[in-house]
Design a protein around this ligand. Structure first.
Ligand code: F42
Length: 332
């Protein structure tokens, strides 16, 4: 397998102009894809993507990921087609089941995620292709919807971690965004994805490692700056993941307590102290450029075809983007 694209992820929790500046820098530094996360409490993902599209010229771009509960598939089809037009055909669509806690806060009940993804992807693809869609699914019902414009084909990537969602992604997606950083998680993921890909008969499929990455010439600094992101990953992961990585549940509990203290008493250094070396190793790709390259090589052997540098990227984002562009991407 070869790494066909090196991507980057941004959370629009900063001013859009600043995020666009980072994207332009990423494009100038050999990154080929930019994924923008979608949470209603951040800047709107499509408004942000429109700005990124207008200021860049070659980097592919898309939401990583939107969800069909909060955003109706017809609206997603229209929004991503608009981004495809603005960007001259550079759009990609990332879609996943969404974040249960956030959706439930909004009064949206999070049921049947597999069906929602399967039916939404079918409908979105048909709408993007300019078809008139009448669909009587288990969870999506549409009668005669059609976009009045067409902007070309758009690859659809599915955000997946669970065994069934991974298989479904292989079956119906053009790619999958797997939120993980360690070879053990990808051994498991790729075996599930393959089952779906085989069922579909596809010959091409993009397996994306949507990683927590932190790069710096100083390995310690890189690792330290990944700790807070790793703590959040630990707090939100199911026990099966800790079993896979042999991480003691007492250590997990310490991180959860430390995060609680950080939110209530502002003790953020305590969070850094609670994150263990094993957690850093399991949930991030953090270190010097040569350490990061070694880890990417392992992922490639397992079948990863795109690596995405996700938060925090490095102790200093701009420096990290330049380091990845000069020392990592050319050496893949
Ligand atoms: N979520 C966001 O809200 N915003 C983002 O920007 C975002 C980015 C992102 C990037 C990469 C990525 O991989 C995920 C990302 N996510 C983001 C999270 C994403 O939206 C999904 O929450 C996440 O990927 C889904 O995780 P999952 O693959 O584990 O799927 C869940 C739904 C799961 O439980 N899957 C199980 C499995 O085995 O895969 C199946 C569950 C099941 O069987 N459900 C039954 C069914 O029919 O669907 C019944 C359940 C019922 O109660 O109805």
């Amino acid at each position: 397998m070869v790494i066909s694209m090196f991507g980057i992820e941004f959370v629009p929790n900063m001013e859009v102009n600043k995020l666009v500046e980072y994207c332009v820098l990423a494009e100038d530094n050999e990154f080929k894809a930019v994924w923008i996360t979608d949470h209603y409490n951040n800047r709107n993902v499509y408004a942000t993507l429109a700005m990124v599209a207008a200021k860049t010229s070659s980097i592919k771009l898309g939401p990583g990921v939107t969800n069909p509960y909060h955003i109706h598939p017809t609206l997603t089809a229209s929004a991503i087609s608009t981004i495809n037009e603005i960007s001259n055909g550079r759009a990609m669509l990332g879609i996943g089941a969404g974040d249960r806690t956030t959706l439930e806060k909004l009064g949206i009940s999070w049921t049947r995620p597999l069906k929602y993804i399967e039916e939404s992807v079918t409908v979105i693809r048909d709408l993007i292709e300019g078809k008139s869609v009448t669909y009587d699914g288990d969870v999506i019902k549409i009668q005669g919807a059609k976009l009045d414009f067409k902007t070309g084909t758009i690859p659809i990537y599915i955000g997946a971690q669970g065994p069934k969602m991974l298989e479904l992604a292989g079956k119906i997606g053009d790619g999958v965004l797997v939120n993980a950083s360690h070879p053990r998680d990808f051994e498991f993921a790729v075996s599930q994805i393959k089952k779906g890909v085989e069922k579909s008969g596809k010959t091409e499929f993009d397996v994306v490692a949507y990683t927590c990455m932190s790069v710096d010439e100083n390995s310690e600094k890189a690792k330290n700056s990944a700790k807070i992101v790793v703590a959040f990953i630990v707090a939100g992961s199911p026990d099966t993941v800790f079993e896979r990585h042999k991480i003691p549940l007492e250590d997990v509990e310490n991180v959860r307590k430390a995060l609680n203290n950080a939110f209530t008493k502002g003790d953020w250094p305590g969070v850094g102290k609670a994150v263990t070396e094993d957690m850093l190793e399991a949930f991030s790709i953090a270190g010097s450029p040569s350490e990061v390259l070694e880890k990417i090589a392992e992922l490639r052997k397992i079948g990863v075809t795109q690596v995405v540098a996700g938060s925090p990227i490095g102790p200093k984002k701009k420096d990290a983007i330049k380091t990845i562009g000069s020392e990592i991407i050319p050496n893949l």
